[in-house]
Design a protein around this ligand. Structure first.
Ligand code: ARG
Ligand code: ZN
Length: 866
């Protein structure tokens, strides 16, 4: 049954303190929790506690045994007369059998928890909702030799040893928190330590726990943490608030990481790195995720969500903060492009599917299904728009007010927007619709110029097409950054047109018009600078106009965007009429690419992005119906054309990049990107020396970026050589699961006719395991999301293959199953035959007995889509 946002009610009871004892045992862990309750308001309602998969041992109230309770699959209900009482509950759980990786689980020889969103109820009976804030004391008991490190939130306040080889540790968290921020870890780790002195001079102990032997791979994560701590002080004036900050890296984890108060738990993928085994992207992601979880300490932990419909309150805001942090640590434009690619490839697709929802969803069956690109990344875009509308200083005032009003509370998205509005007096009433309206708005831009009078009109018309969840749409408040370029590429200014001076127009009604007078020629509008809103823009650019923007726009993002428009146009054109290419269009595209080579010297990060074609996923969102083969082959033809026509330039660009000993610094990252991009074009061009270059780079690379660059490029060359290189790679790296994941992923999204024979081989690889989410994502996730021809094979074999494994995963790890089903739920944009085949597999899944809530929600929504 779905829960609705409008059904929110304050809790009947509050808990202000919990004392927990954990007697850890692999199959029989005892959990004793003693909580102080108070009745919240005047009512006689019973106490209804959440709990799942718990074996109840005993219940006492104020020390008296209770037998008058009712137990169901999801609740424990107690009739209680007192208004203040102490409830003590003992339960037993089985961490080893818990493959869902939610609650307390045992994996890789260690105990670990994941409670967000509703996992705490798998540990004990509790009011497992984010608006119940309590202080926690936690005592952990376990065998001393096997579990020398036993951690929980806050500060360690006591410890001791027992006669039987066990020891115990007591933790106390001085901050009130919701249950989803609870964490416990016990195991045998290597420990990397450091210190950070805060702005106000407090010294914080930093502790990073990794698998035995992995200490050398922890330095980048720890350095990133210190950068994040300093950045939040500088930019937002926010200091860390405990004396210790702990991070634990684990191999079995459903997502990226978790911001538990004072004790973050991380997927090891976002902690461990060294030059040999991690790519530049890995280094980047580690810094970003470490930052993200750290920033949650204020945006999420100190101020948290009232209910889970408000998830974007903390996630949208924290993603925005981590994006700003990453941008400040390296190339702003490159970062912005990355953010936008996520929106265009995945968020637009979500909005176009049966799973469409606003950043603040209205209805939820399984909360885990709503940790989405919409809530996270579109949520961050909504925060960014406020940043744009209020300016950096206004935004900071709003943040300050938000913290001073709500520190220590569980609040709503509306509370946040209200703080922004009150701090700046900017009217955000229409802006709030972004929280309740789903869908991708389109802004159609049309213009006209009268050469006789020199008068230019430009009209902006907004429209949001209906989505699966919501038919009627309203006009939004859209900050739309732009400029007008004259023939020389200069930005036109005109004091009588305020939007031109501001380089921004605030769209609020359906149509807006701007008129500029006294012009000599029709200008080129350079639109949606910096992707100032998460929308699609439709304007009939001439090829020449796009080339002008690429060369002259004052906004680097717009230059990149124009390059992508030009490529997209060529690709779609060729997809529609492969036999009659538009030579004029292709020529102007090739000329533009020529020009981009010159940008490489001044702005290598921008050039790297501009020389890359739009992904299949991005191209898919530009059409109403995806013609799989035609679009795929057109993309390849255009890439081939660029590769072959400009092969000398690619060769020059390749050799221009100095090979230096590996360091993760921006200039070197940009240079490696250009080198590996050139390499893949060289291989595609079938350049005579390309095979030797591949082998030479493979042999000489001192880092994973260049090594993987070879494998990625080799996909475009001879299959035999690719297979040989892959084999060598596997021999070298089979001991390292994170590196092997890259190998799995490359295999799984390789374009080859025998892919459905290869996939089962990967799945029976001795290092593959359905229990480990990273392995599942690297094989099944890569295949379903990125192997275009394999997954969308016309006989439906790719769909069937995925569905078979989703059915297996359903009983192992429903959260992961519900993630990788996403490509099947996006059947709406495909041709009729494929739509049928995809729906057929969805129906097969729907028929399964014991389907998890996670899958029921997604499958039934996508089958009911009309
Ligand atoms: N709060 C975590 C983060 O964004 C992610 C938690 C995801 N939880 C889930 N059930 N999917 O850093
Ligand atoms: Zn987060």
């Amino acid at each position: 049954v779905a829960k609705k946002r409008s059904d929110y009610r304050a809790p009947d009871f509050l808990i202000d303190h919990v004392d927990m004892a954990f007697h850890l045992d692999v199959t029989q862990t005892r959990v004793i929790s003693t909580s102080r309750f108070t009745r919240n308001g005047q009512h006689q309602s019973p106490l209804v506690l959440d709990g799942e998969n718990l074996q109840l041992i005993s219940v006492t109230i104020n020390g008296e045994p209770v037998t008058d309770y009712h137990q169901s699959d999801e609740h424990l209900t107690l009739n209680i007369n007192q208004n203040d009482f102490e409830l003590c509950i003992e339960t037993r759980i089985n961490p080893q059998e818990n493959k869902t990786l939610e609650g307390l689980y045992f994996s890789g020889g260690a105990y670990c928890t994941q409670c967000e969103a509703e996992g705490f109820r798998k540990i004990t009976y509790f009011l497992d909702r984010p608006d119940v804030l309590a202080k926690y004391d936690v005592t952990i008991f376990a065998d001393k030799t096997r579990y020398p490190h036993m951690l929980s939130n806050g500060n360690q306040i006591d410890k001791g040893e027992l006669d039987d080889g066990r020891h115990w540790v007591k933790w106390q968290d001085p901050f009130k928190k919701p249950s989803y921020l609870f964490a416990l870890v016990a195991g045998n780790f290597d420990l990397l330590t450091d210190r950070f002195v805060t702005q106000s001079g407090r010294s914080v102990a930093l502790e990073l726990y990794v698998d035995k032997g992995a200490l050398d791979k922890g330095h980048h994560a720890l350095a990133s943490l210190k950068k994040a701590m300093a950045w939040d002080e500088q930019v937002f004036g926010l200091e860390y608030d405990l004396d210790i900050y702990m991070i634990v890296a684990v191999d079995f984890f459903n997502m990226g990481a978790m911001e538990n108060k004072g004790l973050n738990v991380f997927n090891s993928k976002f902690v461990l790195a060294d030059a040999e085994s991690a790519t530049d992207d890995d280094f980047f992601n580690i810094e970003a995720v470490i930052g993200h979880e750290y920033f949650h300490n204020w945006t999420g932990n100190r101020v948290t969500c009232r209910d889970w419909f408000q998830l974007s309150l903390k996630e949208g805001l924290t993603v925005f903060r981590d994006q700003q942090f990453s941008a400040d640590m390296s190339s702003p434009v490159f970062n912005r492009i990355k953010n936008v690619q996520i929106i265009r490839e995945h968020q637009f697709a979500e909005d176009a599917s049966a799973m469409a929802h606003p950043i603040r969803p209205e209805e939820v069956i399984e909360m885990n299904n709503f940790y989405t690109v919409t809530v996270y990344d579109k949520g961050a875009e909504v925060i960014r728009m406020m940043h744009t509308l209020l300016g950096a200083a206004g935004f900071r005032q709003g943040m300050d007010l938000y913290f001073s009003r709500f520190d220590g509370q569980a609040v709503t998205c509306d509370d946040f927007v209200q703080a922004m509005q009150d701090a700046t007096q900017v009217d955000l009433s229409q802006f709030r619709r972004w929280y309740s309206q789903s869908g991708t708005p389109k802004v159609k831009v049309t213009d006209s110029f009268d050469a006789k009078t020199g008068v230019y009109h430009i009209d902006f018309t907004q429209n949001t097409p209906p989505t699966a969840d919501q038919k009627v749409k309203q006009n939004l408040h859209i900050p739309f950054k732009f400029e007008l370029l004259d023939e020389k590429g200069n930005s036109i200014s005109d004091d009588s047109v305020p939007e031109l001076s501001a380089k921004m127009i605030e769209l609020t009604s359906r149509v807006h018009r701007i008129t500029v007078t006294g012009l000599q020629a029709k200008p080129t509008p350079s639109l949606l600078h910096d992707f100032s809103a998460p929308i699609k823009v439709d304007y009939a650019y001439s090829h020449q106009q796009l080339s002008n923007i690429i060369l002259y726009s004052g906004d680097d993002f717009a230059r990149w965007d124009a390059s992508q428009r030009l490529y997209s146009r060529c690709i779609h054109n060729l997809a529609i009429s492969p036999d009659t290419p538009d030579d004029e269009l292709l020529d102007s595209m090739l000329q533009a690419v020529q020009g981009i080579f010159d940008i490489a010297d001044v702005n290598p990060a921008l050039a790297g992005a501009m020389l890359s074609l739009p992904s299949f996923e991005t191209l898919s969102q530009q059409v109403d119906e995806i013609q799989v083969e035609a679009l795929y082959h057109a993309q390849r033809s255009v890439r081939n054309l660029i590769a072959t026509t400009l092969s000398d330039q690619w060769s020059t660009l390749y050799h221009k990049q100095a090979v230096v000993p590996y360091r993760y610094v921006a200039d070197d990252v940009d240079s490696r990107r250009l080198r590996n991009l050139s390499l893949s074009y060289l291989v595609q061009a079938g350049a005579p020396q390309s095979s030797d270059i591949l082998l030479a780079q493979f042999a000489q690379a001192d880092n994973m970026t260049d090594c993987l660059g070879v494998l990625k490029a080799a996909q475009f060359g001879e299959l035999k050589q690719f297979d040989q290189l892959m084999e060598q790679f596997e021999t070298r790296w089979r001991h390292d699961p994170l590196v092997l994941d890259k190998w799995f992923a490359l295999h799984a999204n390789m374009e080859r006719s025998d892919i459905l024979v290869r996939l089962p081989l990967l799945l029976s690889h001795d290092k593959f395991s359905l229990d480990n989410p990273n392995r599942v994502r690297s094989v099944l996730g890569s295949f379903a999301f990125y192997n275009v021809l394999g997954f969308h094979a016309v006989d439906g074999s790719g769909y069937k293959f995925l569905a078979d494994y989703i059915l297996k995963l359903n009983s192992v790890n429903p959260q992961v199953a519900a993630r990788i089903i996403t490509p099947l739920t996006q059947w709406q944009k495909f041709d009729e035959k494929r739509r049928e085949l995809m729906r057929y597999q969805l129906a097969r899944i729907a028929d399964c007995q014991d389907l998890s809530k996670d899958l029921i929600e997604k499958v039934s929504k996508s089958l009911n889509y009309t």
